[in-house]
Design a protein around this ligand. Structure first.
Ligand SMILES: CC(C)(COP(=O)(O)OP(=O)(O)OC[C@H]1O[C@@H](n2cnc3c(N)ncnc32)[C@H](O)[C@@H]1OP(=O)(O)O)[C@@H](O)C(=O)NCCC(=O)NCCS
Length: 185
């Protein structure tokens, strides 16, 4: 693993970035090295100690839900989804979400969050997308604060950062229980 930017991102001219429009596509195994480098750049070595990392270790991401953001065909962002259940209700944990520093403030992060959530809920087999993140970033996109302490994590987490997106607007307040494995049919 290297801590330097992914070659594709590093070669992009920063001065030309501000006019570019991000798009998204499904991730493939060819994106694995880019994603690993991006997460190292965005979160540093402390990412392995995070509670969300423990959840992903336990329940595994769904690679079919992973998306890549591109600008002019250059990969610049990534998002993952982990199938989980809380209180007997299936849904997803979103994260990590990251955009390469050379491509920030172009809308890639919000596009990834919106698009992966739209695709997840369109499947019809899960009812929410939960994440741990900044209210200022996610609440304008439709995420809502949850009732403090209702969702139980397998480690420390700031409960004010536990946010939920669901079509059922009562769910953010009522969902409660430990984070468990996705429940099959
Ligand atoms: C957070 C992150 C994904 C945003 O990516 P991005 O592609 O730049 O996001 P967008 O272009 O869609 O949105 C940028 C806007 O959000 C704002 N923003 C970025 N991070 C923010 C945060 N944590 N809280 C509030 N606003 C934030 C930016 O200032 C910018 O505002 P502007 O449009 O008024 O200039 C990116 O900064 C990143 O990878 N950070 C490190 C990893 C991280 O913190 N991930 C999120 C974990 S919850």
């Amino acid at each position: 693993m290297t801590l330097s930017p992914a070659p594709s991102a590093a070669t992009a001219a920063v001065s030309a970035v501000s006019t570019r429009v991000p798009t998204v596509r499904p991730a493939t195994s060819a994106d694995d090295a880019f994603i690993e480098d991006l997460q190292a750049i965005a979160f540093g070595p402390g990412r392995f100690a995070k509670t969300a990392y423990r959840i992903r270790e336990r329940f595994r991401i769904d690679p079919s839900m992973s998306l890549i953001a591109e600008v002019d065909g250059v990969a610049c962002g990534s998002v993952w989804m982990t199938p989980i259940s809380i209180g007997g209700i299936n849904g997803w944990m979103l994260g990590p979400l990251a955009t390469h520093p050379n491509f920030r403030k172009l809308g890639a992060g919000k596009l990834l969050a919106r698009e992966v959530t739209k695709r997840a809920l369109a499947r019809g087999d899960g009812q929410f997308v939960m994440l741990v993140g900044d209210r200022d970033y996610y609440c304008p996109l439709g995420w809502e604060p949850t009732t403090l302490g209702n969702i139980e994590f397998p480690g420390p987490v700031d409960p004010t950062r536990v946010l939920l997106f669901a079509e059922d607007k009562s769910l953010a307040a009522t969902l409660h229980g430990p984070i468990a494995a996705w429940q099959q049919g």
